[in-house]
Design a protein around this ligand. Sequence first.
Ligand code: NAI
Length: 283
Amino acid sequence: MAIKKLGVIGTGQMGAGIVQVFAQAGYDTVAVDLMPAMLEKGLKGIEKRLMGRVEKGKLAASEKDAILGRIKWSSKLDDLADCDLIEEAIPENLELKKKTFAELDKICKPETIFGSNTSGLSVTDMAVATKRGGKVMGIHFHNPAPVMQLCELVKTVMTDEATIEEVKAWGKSLGKTVVVAPDVGGFIVTRLFTPFLLGAIRMLEEGIATRDDIDISMKQAVNHPMGPLEVVDFIGLDTELSIAKSLYEETKEAKYAPPVLLEKMVVAGWLGRKVGKGFYDYK
Ligand code: NAI
């Protein structure tokens, strides 16, 4: 297999988990973030999660060290130059992702495959920001990446069939279940799940039910492990708002329109678990 060395750009909530998945599967991985504090946080998070598995007897201490040893942490984009596949996990902002792919396109060898972890933005738009449209696809891990089994691959009209096949095989080598979706807003999972999450926010906004009753109901009646408002806190309210905006822009369907409450909470800085406050308080 040609894919041997991996890169991740953006080591926030998703990126750090993706770095762990890659290194755990035995791949040398370069992890890049512009903010040194995020690199530090990413490393600490991986160490903590691996240590937890060592303490439970699920992982040998030597294997933990080997996994950590496969990761190179860096704040320089240039360090990604010789990676065979780079997964982008920077914020859900199309202009930022296009700019980043255009920069990577200049730095990386021509064979490098670019993946985007976007939850719903147009992968085609990212592909045309590069000169390697056939080697760009969506590679959508779910949160938290080390736990969630699904890896949703997104092919654009430009993606080479050989790239799809190669990435499918590589995705399986990570121990994930791979599905392939076309480049429509939200792909399979986010397209189906977003109206449900936004519906829960609207239900709260309209005073139909309380936060706790909404979450308890979905957990106890439908067996969801988390209630929808807990899920939005987990995803990040800013990310959820971006997802809703781009899906609404593409489809013009009312079910994707961002609720005012979500917009106001984002303005207030209540972005969910990552900042200690969202629909719930985590401090
Ligand atoms: P986040 O905000 O936690 O992390 C983004 C990271 O990117 C930060 O560490 C930031 O410092 C870094 N960054 C920003 N600009 C950069 C640049 N130009 N170069 C390098 N690093 C840069 O975001 P999160 O939640 O991890 O989301 C990342 C992507 O994953 C988004 O596209 C999002 O839609 C997608 N996603 C998010 C999920 C979630 O539950 N949060 C689930 C699945 C996908």
